[in-house]
Write a protein that binds this ligand. Sequence first.
Ligand code: 5RP
Length: 238
Amino acid sequence: MSSTTNLVEQSKKLCAYAAVDNNLKPNHKIIGIGSGSTVVYVAERIGQLSNKSDFVCIPTGFQSKQLIIDNKLQLGGLEENPIIDIAFDGADEIDSDLNAIKGGGACLLQEKLVADSAKEFIIVADDRKNTGILGKGWNKGIPIEVIPNAYNKIINELNSIGGNAKVRSGLPAKAGPAITDNGNFIVDCDFGQVPASQVDELNKKIKLMVGVVETGFFVKMAQKAYIGNADGTVTTLS
Ligand code: 5RP
């Protein structure tokens, strides 16, 4: 592992541990666990607690479910736990208003369901994600989950409002489109930089397109973000 990779990994761990240590309280019983490589450390930290069996953890997808199981945490579902006390998740980018882009791992729908069900939603991310304006650092476009046979219709509509949209390929690319945990496709749409004042309006426009299931814009959903910096410090945004 190169020293840069080590530093990034260290930042992810630092912010995740700080987010858990400063926010998880004994009265929190239902916890949302997001997806991605940073939230791995959130599950790890919760797994180290002596009272870990007091918590029921709600996953946001397949990887997240495995994280909960691997850390010997109690797995639950949103069906029987529709109100979540606190949820932790990563982000692809965060702006100065705590708007976020999510869905780099194609889990945005379940992630948004969990975040929306949570009384407190906390983002954990390394400092590469804290760019101040969405679209400044994250150049892969806004992930948008769509009904499979609507993808070309939606690509046309996204392009007509100034986007540059393409359907996400699965791995390996020749195997066809990426399929989400919900059986849908992901369209990634680049809108360039989106100022914080315009995120809500753009999100609403996309959501109104018939065939769009959910967007990767998390508009002011988070109460706090814990940013792990390369110098070993953690910045809290709120
Ligand atoms: C998955 C996500 C992830 O939370 C996001 O991609 C951040 O991942 P990482 O912590 O690996 O940078 O939204 O859909």
